[in-house]
Design a binder for this molecule. Structure first.
Ligand code: SUG
Length: 416
C-alpha cells in the first residue's frame, strides 16, 4: 500500500454563472450579474489538473452535480419570474469547489485504519446546502472500496459544516499519522460564520480520530469580516508546513502553540500584515493555494494568476523564494472564471490521502482522459451564460445534455 496525496478537482459544471449568492464572499458579490464563460472555466480547471499531472502528482476529479436541481425548485416552490436568487441557486455550479465537498481523514489517523470522508452539509447557503446528497452518491462510487474507505452522512443541521476548507492536516509525510486541525468561526459578525465548532467536533468523532491528535482553533472574526468566509482563504497546510496570514486566527500564538504541542515539527510560514494586508490577501487569494510536495520532496505553491498582478503579494513571494524556507517554487495558474466567484486553486480541489489503486479508476485523471474531458467540454459546455439566461428551458436542456455526455464518456452514467 502506497499512500499518496491525490487531489480531486471539481470539474466546472456547464451551468457556471455569477449570481452573487454567497453573503460574505466578496468576489461572488462583486461579480453578481456578470456574464460567465462555462467552457473557458472548465478548460481552465482541466489545465490546472494537467499541470499537476505533469509535475508527477496523482490527480483525480469529481463531476458536476445535476443542474438545474428540479428538487430544489419544487421544494421551495420557486417562481422563476419572481424568485431570481432561488432560481439561480438551483442552477448553481458551486459543487466545483470540492474543498467543500467533504472532510477527509486518511487511514493512518483513524481508529479503524480506513480513510473516512464526511460530506459537508453546507447549510449556511441555500445553493450549497443542496449539494451534499448528490456529492455523497458520487463519493460512494469513487471511494466505494469498503476495505479502505468509509463515507458518512453529513453532520445534521443546524451545525454548519463546510468540509476540508476549514481542516488542515500536519504530518511528516502524507502516509504517516497526522495531526488534524479544525478551524471554526463564532457567529455574531456582519457575515455568517460558516463552520461551526460542534460540526468540526462531530466530524472528528465520526472519523474515529484520537482526541489527543486533534486541535480546534477559532478563526479570526476580523478575517471573516474581511471576506475570509472559509479558513482556506487565509491559510493552507502541507506536511509540516503551515502557510498563513498573520491575521488568520483569533489567537495566532495560541494557535501555533496548540498545534506545536502535538506536532513539534511544525514550521510556520507567516505572512505579516505589514507585507500583505488582509484585504490584499483576500483579493489575490495568495493563501487559497495548493501547497504541494513534489516527487523530489520539495514544496511548490500553486497560486492564482491574480497574485502576480499585486505588487505587494508578488514581492513577498519573490522574497520568500530568495530565502531559505520550505516553499521552493511559486506557480501561478489561470483559474480566473472560478476566482470571480471566490474559488481559487485550493477551493477547486479535495485532498484524499490513499493508495490510488483503491480508488474507482473512473475518477482518476491521465493525459488521455484529460484530452477526453477537453473534447467533451469543448463540444457541449455553453460558451457564455448571461444572468437573464438562467431559467431558460433551452439552456437547461443544454446543461443537462452536457453533463450526461460527460458521464457517458467516463462510463459513469450510474450517476445520471
Ligand atoms: O461557497 N462561491 C463559493 C466559493 C467556495 C470557495 N471554496 C473554498 N474557499 N474552499 C462559496 O461561497 C458563489 C456562487 C455565486 O455567487 O453564484 C459561490 O458559491
Amino acid at each position: 500500500m502506497t499512500l499518496v496525496e491525490i487531489n480531486f478537482d471539481g470539474i466546472v459544471g456547464p451551468s457556471h454563472n455569477y449570481a452573487g449568492l454567497s453573503l460574505g464572499n466578496i468576489a461572488s458579490a462583486s461579480h453578481k450579474g456578470d456574464p460567465s464563460y462555462p467552457r473557458a472555466a472548465a478548460l481552465q480547471g482541466v489545465a490546472k489538473m494537467r499541470g499537476n499531472i505533469a509535475r508527477g502528482l496523482a490527480q483525480g476529479y469529481l463531476l458536476p452535480l445535476p443542474r438545474p436541481n428540479t428538487e430544489t425548485l419544487r421544494r421551495l416552490a420557486v417562481d422563476p419570474a419572481q424568485d431570481r436568487a432561488l432560481l439561480a441557486a438551483a442552477w448553481s455550479a458551486s459543487s466545483m469547489w470540492t474543498a467543500n465537498a467533504a472532510t477527509v481523514s486518511p487511514a493512518p489517523d483513524t481508529a479503524d485504519g480506513k480513510c473516512h470522508l464526511t460530506p459537508a452539509n453546507l447549510v449556511t447557503m441555500v445553493h450549497r446546502a443542496q449539494e451534499w446528497r448528490d456529492t455523497k452518491a458520487q463519493l460512494d462510487v469513487a471511494f466505494g472500496n469498503r476495505d479502505h474507505f468509509t463515507v458518512h452522512e453529513a453532520v445534521p443541521p443546524s451545525f454548519g459544516d463546510e468540509g476540508a476548507a476549514n481542516h488542515m492536516r500536519f504530518c511528516e509525510g502524507h502516509g504517516a499519522a497526522g495531526v488534524e486541525v479544525f478551524v471554526y468561526g463564532k457567529p455574531g459578525g456582519r457575515f455568517p460564520a460558516r463552520q461551526h465548532e460542534q460540526a468540526s467536533r462531530a466530524v472528528a468523532r465520526l472519523h474515529g480520530l484520537d482526541p489527543a491528535r486533534c486541535v480546534f482553533i477559532e478563526q479570526n472574526p476580523a478575517a471573516i469580516e474581511a471576506g475570509a468566509f472559509h479558513n482556506d482563504v487565509v491559510s493552507v497546510a502541507n506536511e509540516r508546513v503551515l502557510f498563513t496570514h498573520q491575521e488568520a486566527f483569533a489567537d495566532r500564538q495560541g494557535a501555533y502553540a496548540a498545534i506545536r504541542a502535538v506536532f513539534p515539527a511544525l514550521e510556520v510560514v507567516e505572512v505579516p500584515s505589514s507585507a500583505v494586508s488582509l484585504a490584499e490577501a483576500i483579493e489575490t487569494y495568495l493563501f487559497n493555494a495548493q501547497l504541494l510536495t513534489l516527487p523530489d520532496g520539495s514544496m511548490a505553491l500553486v497560486v492564482p494568476e491574480e497574485c502576480r498582478e499585486s505588487a505587494s503579494v508578488w514581492n513577498w513571494c519573490e522574497s520568500m523564494l530568495v530565502g531559505n524556507g520550505p516553499i521552493r517554487q511559486v506557480i501561478p495558474v489561470d483559474v480566473h472564471q472560478s476566482m470571480a466567484n471566490g474559488g481559487g486553486p485550493a477551493c477547486l480541489r479535495l485532498r484524499v490521502v490513499a493508495d490510488p489503486a483503491t480508488v474507482d479508476q473512473r475518477f482518476m485523471l491521465s493525459e488521455t482522459r484529460a484530452e477526453l474531458l477537453e473534447q467533451v467540454i469543448g463540444r457541449y459546455w455553453p460558451e457564455q451564460i448571461d444572468p437573464s439566461d438562467i431559467g431558460s428551458e433551452a439552456l437547461a436542456e443544454t446543461v443537462r445534455t452536457a453533463r450526461y455526455k460527460l458521464l457517458e464518456s467516463l462510463d459513469l452514467t450510474i450517476l445520471g
